[in-house]
Design a protein around this ligand. Structure first.
Ligand code: COA
Length: 397
């Protein structure tokens, strides 16, 4: 029997702190008029202290699970798309898994910058279609403000923070993710960078170079984005045996209004067919497509049966598009208060289970230590001859 991957839940989270263009004009030499005219952005959300890529991802993920009515304890796989992880290690996805109390889920990060969510959606849907998993939680979450150089007006006005998530579930009902198309071109790797990693020795030296902040060749990235958005959209439609005229709505990566205008023209579609909330969030990288998707659903722009293209492009360079046949009636997913209450309790219980695991691991370690101490007391120290680590290797004869 054929398997299909449908989106059954969605949720987004944006930090409450709003930073307007006027606010930024006090920080760098810029103006509201310049930013609005060149990008379409009016304001963006910035994470406060204590908010991280993982915590925003947890909030978005929890909302998506609620809409899907899926207990966190039943989630099988979590993919977190991010280029601003909490740490190099562990994966942000593991922090999200723990925070959600998704005790049975596998979890990994995926970093293809602003196209991360589209890549992650393609991977998650492919896992479902291959029969490996019955459900996957796909999250795009970013703390772009933490890698900004707040003295560089060419980048800091463009980006914002936030998270969005969807639940994918297996079904034998045709629809859901119909096709995807992904691409990359590493020859453009230097056009958009945050060089925080192992190639540049970490520490004060790296900070002094300023290389750990985002750097971007704006005009080059602009050229690439305008070309690739329409190309990628055409490709994903062709892979499903369809044409651009069959698209009901495009939910694109939100980078610049002018990019969307050029793409609409190249595709021969009215601009209204391309959803945008860029004015209120700026570019939230891997979070931008899922946040826009959630807002498009909330605004009644997506109905059951609609063909929706999500398209992303960004650092790497990378790009990708997914075509979905929307199968869920969003109206039917608005739960009454009692149901939300039950769900809230279940997520807290799942989180408590996760905390119990942590406590149990600590207890097991303590038990081990005490047992070894007792053994030492009863049997004395181990014979060095029987302990391979007690002696250095014998010199060559
Ligand atoms: N406020 C005021 N002036 C600014 C400014 C700002 N925030 N940022 C740049 N400028 C100035 C530049 O210094 C330059 O001045 P100069 O001519 O005196 O040197 C002038 O504006 C034009 O700069 P330019 O880079 O050519 O502007 P642009 O019209 O190409 O717009 C971007 C710049 C960044 C908005 C545009 O290139 C862009 O959107 N690129 C794509 C970025 C993107 O989407 N990245 C993420 C992809 S995932």
């Amino acid at each position: 029997m054929d398997r299909y991957a449908h989106i059954t839940g969605w949720g987004a989270y944006a930090p409450p702190r709003i930073v307007t263009n006027e606010d930024l004009a006090h920080v760098v030499p810029t103006s509201d008029a310049w930013i609005q005219d060149r990008t379409g952005i009016r304001e963006r959300r910035i994470a406060d202290e204590g908010e991280y890529t993982s915590t925003m991802g947890i909030k978005a993920g929890r909302r998506a699970l609620e809409v899907a009515n899926l207990d966190p304890g039943r989630v099988e796989l979590i993919i977190v798309a991010t280029s601003t992880p909490d740490y190099l290690m562990p994966a942000t996805a593991c922090l999200v898994q723990d925070g959600l109390g998704a005790t049975r889920a596998a979890a990994f990060d995926l970093n293809t910058a602003c196209s991360g969510f589209v890549y992650a959606l393609s991977v998650g849907a492919s896992m479902i279609r291959a029969g490996a998993y019955d459900n996957v939680l796909v999250i795009g979450t970013e703390s772009m403000s933490r890698v900004m150089n707040w003295t560089d007006r060419t980048t800091c006005v463009l980006f914002g923070d936030g998270a969005g998530a969807v639940v994918l579930e297996a079904s034998d009902r045709p629809g859901g993710l119909l096709s995807f198309s992904l691409g990359s071109d590493g020859s453009g790797a230097d056009l958009l960078t945050v060089r925080l990693g192992t190639r540049l020795p970490l520490g004060v030296g790296a900070l002094a170079t300023g290389e750990t902040y985002m750097k971007m060749n704006g005009p080059e990235v602009f050229r690439f984005a305008t070309r690739i958005m329409s190309q990628s959209t055409r490709e994903v439609m062709a892979r499903a045996g369809l044409g651009v005229a069959d698209i009901d709505l495009i939910v694109p990566h939100q980078a610049n209004t002018r990019i969307l205008q050029v793409a609409a023209k190249q595709l021969g579609l009215p601009l209204e067919r391309i959803f945008s909330n860029l004015d209120r969030y700026g570019n939230t990288s891997a979070a931008s497509v899922p946040i826009a998707l959630v807002e498009a659903i909330g605004a009644g722009r997506i109905q059951a049966g609609d063909r929706v293209v999500m398209v992303g492009f960004g650092g790497g360079l990378t790009w990708g598009a997914c075509l979905l046949e929307w199968s869920v009636d969003p109206e039917g997913r608005t739960w009454p208060a009692w149901r939300r209450g039950v769900y809230w309790t279940r997520t807290r219980l799942a989180r408590a289970r996760s905390l119990l695991h942590r406590a149990d691991r600590r207890l097991a370690a303590l038990e081990d230590r005490l047992r070894r101490r007792d053994n030492l007391r009863v049997n004395g120290p181990p014979d060095p001859d029987t302990n391979g680590h007690a002696r250095p290797p014998a010199p060559d004869a």
